[in-house]
Design a protein around this ligand. Structure first.
Ligand SMILES: [Zn+2]
Length: 304
């Protein structure tokens, strides 16, 4: 009888563990960018679910009931961290023991502040590709530790992916240098691009502050308009996960002062493009952004 019970219990346990269904490590990631790392390094040995799809704002995202059951069934939960997932803090904390912030090894003394919040860091680190390489290393190490059987595969996949990221970093540097220094000005809806600006030498101005939760003040808008007009900034940029109406107002105000600034296109900021497209990958989103930026601000024809 005891043996029978044991068999039943064991069978039940196996049936309830999602990792056993497919034999794959079950991974849940918060943003698409984090999920993309896990897919690239985990390859065929993992099943990755991303909670936030294209166009979703991670600062405002709250876990649904479906998310909570996905999270509790996961073997590993990878999240961006640095309070990017501001409304998911409690849920992530509950997953203690299996939740991993991919930004956890970034040197804190290098990180930018996060006004108006005290003692918080700017979470938009993925736009410095070198930081995202470190995030990829965190994912690699975690997969190797939790699934040692496939450690070699994870190590090899990571090496290949890190190489691609190094090439991406060089590409962004090279394209940025096509613009004269005084034209490397990036005006966007919210301040997602400060690490990008620091690494690739752009002056970055966000209308809405770092978090999309902040409202743009009228005084800030006037200052921004004066800056754009006086520096003859050619283009402003819309972001995929932030409404564009505030930037339209800036554009109108510049036109009223006689400077026809363009909307230079849409940048992927806190979310990637559609699944199945190049922009639906991290490498694709970063490539699309720098191409859009350099194209609108001058690019090759700036020397003419
Ligand atoms: Zn953001």
């Amino acid at each position: 009888m005891k043996l029978f019970l044991l068999i039943v219990l064991t069978t039940l346990l196996i049936a309830c563990s999602p990792a056993q269904d497919s034999g794959k490590l079950q991974i849940v990631a918060t943003t698409g960018m984090v999920a993309d790392i896990a897919k690239n390094i985990g390859g065929e040995f993992v099943e990755v679910n991303a909670l936030m799809g294209p166009g979703v704002d991670p600062h405002l995202y709250k876990a649904s009931e479906g998310d909570v059951s996905l999270l509790s069934g996961a073997d590993i939960v990878f999240y961006s961290g640095l309070h990017l997932e501001a409304k998911m803090g409690d849920v992530i904390e509950e997953m203690e023991g299996k939740s991993v912030a991919v930004t956890r090894t970034l040197p804190r003394e290098e990180l930018l502040d996060f006004p108006p919040y005290e003692n918080q860091y700017d979470p938009h680190v993925w736009f410095n590709v070198l930081y995202w390489k470190q995030a990829a290393e965190v994912v690699r190490d975690e997969l190797m530790a939790r699934d040692p059987e496939h450690a070699d595969a994870y190590r090899q996949n990571a090496a290949a992916y890190l190489q691609q990221l190094s090439e991406l970093d060089s590409y962004v540097h090279r394209r940025a240098q096509e613009l004269p220094a005084d034209q490397r000005i990036l005006v966007t809806a919210h301040d997602a691009f400060r690490y990008f600006g620091r690494e690739y030498d752009f002056q970055v101005i966000g209308l809405q502050g770092i978090s999309t939760q902040a409202e743009a003040g009228t005084k800030d808008v006037q200052e921004l308009v004066d800056f754009i007009v006086s520096r003859k900034v050619k283009a402003l940029f819309v972001e995929s996960s932030v409404p564009e109406r505030n930037l339209k107002a800036v554009q109108e105000a510049c036109r009223a002062k006689g400077w026809d600034v363009q909307i230079g296109g849409q940048l992927y900021s806190d979310a990637m493009g559609d699944a199945g497209t190049f922009e639906g990958t991290y490498i694709g989103m970063v490539t699309a952004n720098i191409d859009t930026i350099v194209g609108a601000l001058g690019g090759n024809d700036a020397s003419n």
